[in-house]
Design a binder for this molecule. Structure first.
Ligand SMILES: [Zn+2]
Ligand SMILES: [Zn+2]
Length: 233
């Protein structure tokens, strides 16, 4: 029911449930790749019922305008990232490590701005939108980052964690902090968001870059980071 499309920079997910939903859209100009993947699975652009953004960074929302035009499907984003989507830029982001600083010039770019059709908040019901999953507000990477947890234990968590090292080319299932935080002062916001996803029953955590991350690895990573953050107090 979940298909991961590896686009150039970030993952796009096709969710086949009550409705056909695209979660995240990739960097600008990646809509043709997504539409080609849909066609390979036997879907026409008009079959897409919803375009859902885990957050409004350029590498995830960059092709939202283009995909909306091609499919006619509404675009939904959480209120916390609304300003970024309307401006078409990532706002201020803080790299978390050296690899993030290097990748910043590839992913921290402007993108075609758009006015979303649906604005979600913490109480929004994804099931009413044709997505059979629980919506969780999981800030830390951006103010309006969201995650969704399906009944079978699959979860899409956007960039609250990233998989692997060297852009995910190695150790794809190893959890790590996201490339960027919107408030570098407090990594605990990320740790709380990851805990929320685990508490909701996530077993396989599908991320925006590389992955997926197995439950047990995330539990271990979380314990290690909590110790470090506790020691840093
Ligand atoms: Zn991001
Ligand atoms: Zn990303």
């Amino acid at each position: 029911m979940l298909t991961k499309l590896n686009l150039t920079i970030a993952n796009v997910y096709l969710v086949k449930g009550p409705q056909l939903v695209i979660v995240d859209t990739g960097a600008p100009a990646s809509a043709p790749k997504t539409l080609a993947a849909l066609a390979r699975q036997g879907f026409a652009p008009a079959d897409v019922a919803l375009i859902l953004l885990t957050h409004a960074h350029s590498d995830h929302a960059g092709s939202a305008a283009e995909l909306r035009k091609a499919t006619g499907a509404p675009v939904a984003v959480h209120r916390g990232d609304l300003a970024m989507l309307r401006r078409g830029d990532n706002g201020k982001v803080f790299p978390t490590d050296l690899e993030a600083r290097i990748s910043q010039r590839f992913v921290d770019k402007p993108f075609p701005a758009l006015e979303p059709d649906l604005v979600l908040d913490d109480q929004s019901d994804l099931r009413a939108l044709g997505v059979d999953a629980e919506l969780l507000s999981t800030p830390g990477h951006s103010p309006g980052s969201i995650s969704m947890v399906f009944a079978n234990g699959d979860a899409i968590i956007g960039d609250i964690l990233r998989g692997g090292i060297m852009g995910g080319g190695f150790l794809a299932a190893r959890p790590n902090y996201p490339f960027f935080l919107y408030d570098l002062a407090d990594k605990r916001v990320i740790l709380e968001s990851v805990q929320r996803v685990l508490d909701a029953g996530a077993q396989r955590l599908y991320v925006g870059h590389s992955g997926p991350l197995p439950h047990q690895k995330v539990v271990e990573w979380l314990a290690t980071q909590r110790q470090k953050e506790g020691a840093a107090q």
